[in-house]
Design a protein around this ligand. Structure first.
Ligand SMILES: C[S@@+](CC[C@H](N)C(=O)[O-])C[C@H]1O[C@@H](n2cnc3c(N)ncnc32)[C@H](O)[C@@H]1O
Length: 363
């Protein structure tokens, strides 16, 4: 007869609490296949194998619902799970190694009193914060539709500052450009090929693409206008999602993070941005439930800004520094608790989409 383990023994061996196992049972994630004579949970080898998979996915940061879908997938057997887990862990190891290298490089430069160029600093910024990116940053379908419509009938598309590949159209021939190794390492295995380069000097011949696109990246470029001119040089059509300089539209920067205005001091005017590509600008509304967790995305979900993982995926918070971040978050927390935020932002609750200065430049 097959040997069964008690819930206490399984908890001890797996290093989890009995309460966790009871919870997994209650939500249907891990139901022991048997009961003892006295009606207690009894775990068979197959249950222990499933628990090992659940815990491995958990340690990789998956949510319980996602794990349930993964372990219940009839097309995935134990070997396939082990292969997938191995791949995910190897990715995580590579990302951590890239971050350690980037931090070592910066520590070394600082120790030798070397000032890094803005280009290097920004590459290091994404090498350092990039691993937090996939937690909340993904394609927002309504914004994607606007971008893809602007690409028109372009067949070959260059995506500059491509990051992990959000907004890359699946039905075109895409080439990505991304300077950060950490971001490149997080691109899905089936994403478009990615070249390590920066916008200021694109390693392509004149007019080699039908279109060039850039999404939420131009504000990181040391010389935005030069980068936009490069896009114009290599492509016949240019589509860029960026923002107009204005810190007063958004309650977060207006009331809690005045430091943001400093970041806009050298930001080119909309006329200069459109001028660099010889195009026009159209407003992009941010839906209240925006799927892409960029800085302004949670304008109607203010509690989200109290969440560290939300803030870590938007570079503004890292650029303003920990003091300004802490002060802004503390003040927001207090105003949410006291009702002051709701009082000040009554108009916000009534909106389904907000105009916060996001612009699509099209040429
Ligand atoms: C906020 S992420 C946006 C990524 C992606 N386009 C998206 O929408 O998810 C900004 C990206 O710009 C990249 N970046 C920073 N400086 C750059 C430069 N000079 N040229 C091109 N990309 C740059 C960063 O490494 C990062 O991946």
């Amino acid at each position: 007869m097959e040997e069964h383990l008690s819930v206490g023994r399984v908890a001890e061996l797996a290093g989890v609490t009995v309460r966790t196992l009871h919870h997994y049972d209650e939500i249907g994630l891990l139901r022991p296949t048997a009961r003892s004579g006295a009606g207690h949970r009894a775990y068979a080898a197959v249950d222990v194998e499933r628990l090992r998979e659940v815990l491995a996915y958990r340690r990789l940061g998956f949510g319980l619902r996602e794990i349930a879908d993964l372990v219940d997938d009839p097309a995935t057997d134990a070997v396939a799970h082990l292969r997938r887990l191995r791949g995910l862990l190897a990715d995580q190891r590579d990302r951590a190694a890239a971050m350690v290298t980037a931090i070592d490089r910066e520590l070394d430069a600082r120790a030798r009193g070397i000032r890094t160029t803005p280009e290097e600093q920004l590459r290091m910024l994404y090498d350092t914060i990039g691993s937090a990116y996939p937690a909340t940053r993904r394609t927002e379908p309504r914004i994607a539709a606007q971008i893809w419509a602007a690409l028109g009938d372009a067949r070959t598309v260059l995506n500059v500052g491509a990051g992990t590949g959000s907004y890359e159209p699946l039905d075109r021939d895409v080439t990505a450009v991304e300077p950060s190794a950490v971001m490149r390492a997080q691109r899905p295995p089936d994403a478009a090929p990615c070249v390590a380069a920066a916008a200021g000097s694109l390693p392509f011949e004149n007019q080699s693409f039908d279109a060039a696109m850039a999404v939420s990246t131009v504000h990181h470029w040391p010389d935005p206008l030069a980068g936009l001119r490069e896009m114009r040089r290599v492509a016949r059509r240019v589509v860029v999602l960026t923002h107009e300089a204005d810190a007063s539209r958004f309650w977060l920067t207006r009331d809690y993070l005045p430091e943001f205005a400093q970041l806009l001091v050298n930001w080119p005017s909309l006329a200069d941005l459109t001028g660099a590509i010889g195009g026009r600008a159209e407003p992009v509304l941010i839906p209240w439930d925006c799927a892409d967790g960029f800085f302004e995305a949670y304008w109607r979900r203010p509690e989200a800004y109290l969440d560290t993982s939300v803030r870590r995926a938007a570079s503004v918070w890292t650029i303003v520094g920990p003091e300004a971040e802490q002060r802004a978050v503390d003040a927001l927390r207090e105003d949410l608790a006291s009702g002051r935020w709701a009082e000040r932002n009554r108009d916000v609750a009534a909106l389904d989409a907000a105009e916060l200065g996001l612009r699509l430049l099209v040429a």
